[in-house]
Design a protein around this ligand. Structure first.
Ligand code: PEP
Ligand code: CO
Length: 455
């Protein structure tokens, strides 16, 4: 790190400039109990070390700029909501492994670098469509993520507790520590990542992907035979991201970078603003406009052209390469109809954001036996629609944003294992939205790789 050439008064004054959001409407904030606890928690958080560093954030921005200009592809994946109990070595490793496996397949399909990013090490807060949840006539506050309250359906568990913000920080720190160890310590070696994929192909249900897997194998062996032994083969960059939702967490973790004198939200490399909090005159857009991190914004099927142009003006007025990513989540039935006008308007405005597809959040269903689910075929269809639209407009479909886990859960329907409604009753574990399991995630990667190689 550069030596700190800012004195504390200057730093405090620069941080104060971030606080205009306080007078604006802030959607989706918890109702904390009254008392001093929250203020103490915020003061504590503001003294904790940053989780990520400004230099890393800047490198990510360069990588995303490469993707926005059509020369790299972003893969962003992880839980809908991380939980404290599931922040175990085994589960974190399985998720990293899944993202790395998908990335190898996509790298081959796209013939370009894949930027790997987890919805990990900070995805502990959730926006909810209702403030309350009713079960069997009992109404309690909705679960808002482990950073706010607990999932268990009791009045005590559902009461917001500011001390959870400290646990969110600590769990993020230990998760990130493991991510750094796994991706820098040899675990991410391309040759072993490919070996893992062989397990997937060995399953007869996945024989359709055998040809591509064999081609990847050949490509890797060719590189090895040529004596390629560069460090990119053994280690990989892996970035963290989460929805920037809770001001009581994000603001204390925002710091003034001593090199540049500008603010960075050090809770993650990349922050996105959700579909429910992206109001142009709202607190989230105001606050995140001022931090230097690359930003994402979710765009649902009702997004208007003026919303999109307004977001560009507020979040990326200087049209900085890599600054802004639009994460579209229109639904399989709407993407082909709704997306083109937004892309055209952005093109006309001379902006070059990165466009990526979230094929999960527009495709929710409730099954007859009462599970929140998504059909694998709808997920795939939205991705295909996303590619078709970009292909027809001459723009670049630059990435994929998916909710996934490395474990063998049954939450989304279909895929080569043909998970049906009955199976959901056996392995449904998510506390929020349904995730692709390990095998469904890899299958999606193979299918998207086919699309990419046809581009
Ligand atoms: C999410 O990503 O989990 C989420 C809530 O998404 P969206 O804001 O797109 O609804
Ligand atoms: Co979700």
């Amino acid at each position: 790190m550069a030596t700190n050439n800012l004195n504390p008064e200057v730093t405090a004054a620069l941080l104060k400039e971030l606080d205009s959001y306080i007078s604006l409407p802030a959607a989706q904030q918890p109702t904390w109990p009254s008392g001093e606890v929250l203020e103490n928690v915020k003061a504590t958080l503001s003294k904790y070390p940053p989780l990520v560093f400004a230099g890393e954030v800047d490198i990510l921005k360069q990588r995303l700029a490469q993707a926005a200009s059509g020369n790299a592809f972003l893969l962003q994946g992880g839980d809908c909501a991380e939980t404290f109990v599931d922040a175990t070595a085994d589960r974190i490793r399985a998720r990293i492994k899944t993202v790395l496996q998908m990335a190898v397949v996509l790298t081959y399909g796209a013939s370009m670098p894949v930027i790997k990013m987890g919805r990990m090490a900070g995805q502990f807060a959730k926006p909810r469509s209702s403030d309350f949840e009713t079960r069997d006539g009992v109404t309690l506050p909705a679960y808002r993520g482990d950073a706010v309250n607990a999932y268990e359906f009791t009045a005590e568990a559902r009461t917001a507790n500011p001390k959870r913000l400290l646990q969110a920080y600590n769990t993020s720190a230990s998760t990130l520590n493991l991510i750094r160890a796994f991706t820098m310590g040899g675990f991410a070696d391309l040759r072993s990542v490919h070996e893992w994929n062989k397990g997937f192909i060995d399953n007869p249900a996945n024989s359709r992907y055998e040809v591509m897997a064999r081609d990847i194998d050949k490509a890797i062996r060719f590189m090895a035979a040529c004596g390629a032994d560069f460090s990119e083969l053994k280690t990989t960059e892996f970035y963290t991201s989460h929805e920037g939702l809770l001001f009581d967490y994000e603001r204390p973790l925002t710091r003034i970078d001593s090199r540049t004198g500008t603010p960075y939200d050090t809770s993650a490399h990349f922050i996105w603003i959700g579909e429910r909090t992206r109001q142009l005159d709202g607190a989230h857009v105001d606050f995140f406009a001022k931090v230097r991190n690359p930003l994402g914004v979710k765009l649902g099927p009702d997004t208007s052209v003026s919303d999109v142009l307004g977001l560009i003006e507020k979040l990326d007025p200087k049209r900085e390469p890599g600054r802004l990513t639009f994460i579209t989540r229109m639904g399989a039935g709407k993407v082909r109809e709704k997306l083109p006008a937004l892309i055209e308007a952005v093109k006309d405005a001379g902006a070059l954001p990165l466009w990526i597809s979230d094929p999960m959040h527009g495709n929710g269903i409730t099954t007859a036996n009462g599970y929140k689910s998504r059909r694998f075929d709808d997920v795939l269809d939205e991705v295909r629609g996303f590619f078709e639209v970009h292909r027809s407009l001459g723009t670049f479909p630059g990435g994929l944003h998916v909710e996934l886990t490395g474990d063998d859960v049954a939450e989304c329907l279909g895929g080569s294992e043909q998970i049906d409604e009955k199976t959901l009753e056996t392995r449904y574990e998510t506390v929020c939205d349904p995730r692709l399991n390990h095998s469904q995630s890899l299958e999606l990667a193979f299918l998207v790789a086919e699309e990419l190689s046809a581009r």
